[in-house]
Design a protein. Structure first.
Length: 141
């Protein structure tokens, strides 16, 4: 079946396309998860640059949960690491430090985790461990 493609010339055009296709892209992730498709964690991860900056944290969390379920069913450890990292970050943005910690700790504890994922998970753990009201040196409230 032929597919119509749309040339994407720059980041602005790409984001406009993702905005128009937002509902369809979420449906693709959910369909992939329903089918147990091993690519679900990557599909869910690909939507992060769109969802996070727009404050769509509930959607981000929900598709990452679906991605983690598929990765668990398929015993896909790299997919589990990616989904756990994304879930940790989503929970951090949602203000649930306890849930974020669980997901970050999983990534750090998995010996085969990609160093970039492990580093990001360690940074997330530092973030959830920061005392309330603490700011980085040189910043102002």
């Amino acid at each position: 079946m032929p597919v119509d493609t749309e040339p994407i010339g720059d980041a602005s055009t790409a984001m406009a396309w993702v905005t128009r296709e937002h509902d369809a892209l979420l449906a693709v992730v959910n369909l992939a998860a329903d089918r147990g498709d091993h690519r679900t964690p990557l599909l869910a991860w690909a939507l992060t640059p769109y969802l996070r900056p727009r404050g769509r944290f509930d959607e981000w969390r929900d598709i990452q949960r679906r991605a983690l379920d598929v990765a668990l069913q398929g015993n896909d450890l790299p997919g589990q690491a990616l989904a756990n990292l994304e879930l940790g970050q989503a929970f951090l943005h949602l203000g649930d430090a306890t849930a974020a910690r669980v997901h970050f700790e999983w990534v750090v504890s998995w010996a085969g985790a990609n160093p970039d994922l492990t580093g990001a998970a360690r940074a997330g753990l530092a973030e959830v461990s920061r005392p309330q009201g603490w700011t980085r040196p040189g910043t102002h409230l």
